[in-house]
Design a protein around this ligand. Structure first.
Ligand SMILES: CC(C)(COP(=O)(O)OP(=O)(O)OC[C@H]1O[C@@H](n2cnc3c(N)ncnc32)[C@H](O)[C@@H]1OP(=O)(O)O)[C@@H](O)C(=O)NCCC(=O)NCCS
Length: 218
């Protein structure tokens, strides 16, 4: 089946924006979620996902389709990216990475463990965050002055989710929004577990935040 031009354009534009923010050792990818993307799940991956709505399995399939392609760039082929009981993806030895999906787009990022000890990624539609959610997410410690005012709340939300995904595999601690202080202006965050996490984000055509813990940081 051929890909409609608007779908191809959405993917290409996001991939370009993500490539511009990713550190050198990080491989990233995105995919507009299509019907039947759950067929890209390897049998072990499908078994590792909890019973959930078909749309969620489709999104998880799209994210793993990207991950399989990125792993192949490291000559790691036919390797399942299982979902651990915690929800965290399980990567092959020596690789760290992260997956995310919103209603339309799936994204993934991986890197060899080295300068980067752990990665997190999040994707969100480029829409203002509703005020009631912002009230749950933002604290007085957060700094977002440099971000687009309309999207600052959404970027902050996405940054906290990406930070959580980056630090969970290291600390195994469930964090709330209040446990993560984000300084978008300086490009980093700190967690109540003492982690210092670097941040990079793009906003066009979707909000994508990459969070990475560097070796020896925190
Ligand atoms: C991790 C979490 C934030 C993901 O958010 P989400 O909006 O449900 O989903 P996203 O599309 O952004 O990300 C989904 C991916 O996150 C990854 N993920 C889930 N739990 C994870 C964890 N503990 N650590 C790292 N990555 C995790 C998985 O790869 C998942 O993909 P899959 O479902 O295809 O396997 C959420 O599931 C969670 O565990 N929340 C509890 C803690 C919390 O919400 N704290 C406040 C935010 S700081």
């Amino acid at each position: 089946m051929t890909t409609p031009p608007e779908v191809a354009l959405a993917q290409t534009s996001l991939l370009r924006a993500m490539a511009a923010i990713a550190p050198g050792s990080v491989r990233i990818g995105c995919r507009v979620i299509r019907d039947a993307d759950e067929t890209h799940l390897l049998p072990e991956e499908a078994r590792s996902l909890p019973a959930r709505q078909p749309a969620m399995r489709c999104a998880s399939g799209a994210a793993r389709w990207i991950a399989h392609g990125l792993l192949a760039e490291f000559c790691v082929n036919d390797t399942a990216v299982l979902r651990a009981p915690s929800g965290a993806p399980v990567w092959p030895e020596g690789i760290t990475g992260s997956l995310a999906h919103d209603n339309e787009m799936a994204v993934a990022a991986i890197a060899p463990v080295g300068r980067i000890a752990s990665l997190g990624i999040d994707v969100e539609p480029a829409l203002a965050l509703p005020d009631d959610i912002l009230a749950l997410v933002a604290t007085r410690a957060d700094r977002t002055d440099a971000a687009d005012r309309h999207l600052a709340g959404r970027i902050l939300f996405s940054a906290k989710e990406a930070v959580y995904k980056a630090v969970y595999p290291l600390d195994r601690e469930i964090l709330g929004y209040e446990d993560i202080a984000v300084d978008l202006d300086a490009g980093h965050a700190t967690t109540k577990t003492g982690r210092r996490v670097s941040l990079a984000y793009c906003v066009a055509p979707r909000v994508v935040v990459l969070a990475f813990v560097e070796q020896g940081a925190g």
